[in-house]
Design a protein around this ligand. Structure first.
Ligand code: NAD
Ligand code: WQD
Length: 343
């Protein structure tokens, strides 16, 4: 069993690689250009698993380089396609970069599925494709709203491309719609390490706690929610990782899926920004310096998932509660601080 993971040095890709090494005997090959990561991730993965990860440092948009990889590695049983750019704000500033990278990368991967007879592909989709929803929780039947950003548009388009491709290709196609992946590996050795100033809540909280951010902003305190702040569905990155293994195993068992299958991956629990902050304060015994500020453009008020389909069809059960998610994110931030002190 040979599996290609694109974006293997990234946040979710690296956690998935660890799960694969620890729970399967699959041969693994990563493809990552390090456009939003560094090779150091693989050193950390090796430290955790004791296994060296083979990575091809190429841009997926370079079709001939990609074909050379598949020619060199021989028959492949499945691809887990994480590689994409993911910063919502940056995508508004650089829409062409996002459309080019995320769509060309996907098209090239799909062309290779055809050319090299690759039977299974798992695609990273996102809850951002649901946009502003009227009814909660969101399940897979919830209609998709207009995309709020070029980033979200690349995920909605990605699914459209997969839907059409599923009708003519021999590849089983599965899209996993992640809600808000957070937290870090239990070792504390890998986690999310944004190269630029973070915009996601969990790294903002932990960076505020160590003083990298002097005062964090709670974007909006006048929403029609239980405490006025936005509600999201946070899900541990290792739970997201394990869903990919289950999805690929499920795909391997199928003859040929007639259509694209898509699954929500969320905890099913809505958590407000202020609840996330108070959970952090509880687990760390620290007071966070925060300010209630204006709403952030493009934010939806509330979104959380109904993930019963993933539970029933993929046998996926998330293991981590909010406290554990926060603890692991905090442990990782402290690890980064210790490393800074040592260097
Ligand atoms: P990440 O940026 O940490 O990892 C993505 C990896 O892909 C990086 O290592 C990057 O260098 C690589 N990459 C990007 N474009 C590439 C290209 N053209 N060629 C080769 N390598 C390339 O992101 P992540 O958080 O691990 O996200 C993984 C996937 O999950 C993405 O598709 C993202 O859109 C999706 N997703 C993420 C979240 C989230 O909040 N993290 C939520 C929903 C969906
Ligand atoms: C969560 C909540 C903020 C920072 C994004 C993408 C989505 C998906 C997941 C990729 C919101 C509030 C945040 C801060 C705050 N990614 N917040 N102060 O926006 O739900 O989703 O990541 O597919 O597509 O849009 O996540 O972590 O940025 O924000 O008050 O400094 O925290 O307003 O309510 P979001 P987030």
């Amino acid at each position: 069993m040979k599996v290609v993971v694109t974006g293997g040095a990234g946040y979710i890709g690296s956690h998935t690689i660890i799960e694969i090494v620890e729970s399967t005997d699959w041969e693994l090959i990563s493809i990552d250009s390090f456009i939003n990561s560094t090779p150091d991730t693989f050193r950390r993965v090796e430290e955790i698993t004791g296994k060296k990860i083979a990575n091809f440092r190429i841009d997926l948009c370079d079709r001939s380089a990609l074909e050379n990889v598949f020619t060199e590695i021989g028959p492949v049983d499945g691809i887990i396609h994480f590689a994409a750019l993911k910063a919502v704000g940056e995508s508004v500033e650089k829409p062409l970069l996002y459309f080019h990278n995320n769509i060309t990368g996907l098209l090239n991967i799909l062309e290779c599925c055809d050319k090299f007879n690759i039977p299974n592909l798992i695609f990273s989709s996102s809850c951002s494709i649901y946009g502003n929803v009227a009814v909660l929780p969101v399940d897979e039947m919830t209609p998709l709203a207009k995309s709020e950003s070029p980033y979200a548009a690349t995920k909605a388009m990605g699914e459209d491309i997969l839907k059409d491709f599923s009708k003519v290709s021999n590849t089983n196609l599965i899209a996993l719609r992640y809600f808000n992946p957070v937290g870090a590996h239990s070792s504390g050795l890998i986690g999310e390490n944004p190269i630029n100033k973070p915009s996601n809540l969990f790294p903002v909280i932990t960076q505020t706690a160590v003083g990298i951010i002097k005062e964090m902003q709670v974007f909006g305190s006048d929403y029609k929610t239980r405490d006025g702040s936005c509600i999201r569905d946070y899900i541990h990155v290792s739970d997201i990782a394990s869903a990919h293994i289950l999805a690929l195993k499920y795909a391997l068992e199928q003859e040929k899926l007639e259509n694209l299958e898509f699954y929500n991956l969320g905890s099913g629990k809505g958590v407000s920004v202020l609840e996330a902050i108070s959970t952090f304060e509880n687990i760390s015994n620290l007071k966070l310096n925060y300010n209630l500020s204006d709403r952030r453009a493009g934010d939806v008020e509330s979104i959380y998932s109904n993930s019963k389909k993933a539970k029933s069809k993929l046998d996926w059960t998330p293991k981590f509660e909010l406290k554990a998610m926060m603890n692991s994110a905090w442990k990782w931030q402290q690890q980064l601080e210790n490393e800074k002190l040592k260097s």
